[in-house]
Design a protein. Structure first.
Length: 105
């Protein structure tokens, strides 16, 4: 599955439009990680605990988007985007979305 942020896949021709696809997940902060992150805000530096959590959330959202595209018969996703939003205290939603297409291989 090709996934690109551009409107086309370089060197390939879009032969069929399959439609909008998305995948999402909501991740909540872990109490233990929240305490460690709180300490980091005092001394500064990268908050690795949150970075790892968000990286995992992105992977889940993208894999769900890919499954949506495969179910529609696509072999590529163009105009892929990621969006993050806070849905409640200590929880964030990650959404991956794009346009599923069939390209020549």
């Amino acid at each position: 599955m090709f996934i690109v942020t551009t409107d086309t896949v370089p060197g390939k021709e879009v032969i069929e439009l399959k439609g909008f696809v998305k995948g999402s997940t909501i991740q909540a902060k872990h109490v233990g990680k929240d305490i460690l992150a709180g300490l980091k805000t005092i001394i500064g530096g990268e908050i690795r605990e949150y970075n790892e959590m968000m990286e995992q959330a992105r992977k889940i959202a993208i894999s769900r988007m890919v499954e949506d595209a495969k179910a529609k018969g696509a072999n590529a996703i163009v105009a892929c985007r990621l969006q993050t939003s806070s849905v409640m205290a200590n929880a964030s939603e990650i959404v991956a979305y794009g346009t599923a297409v069939k390209i020549n291989e």
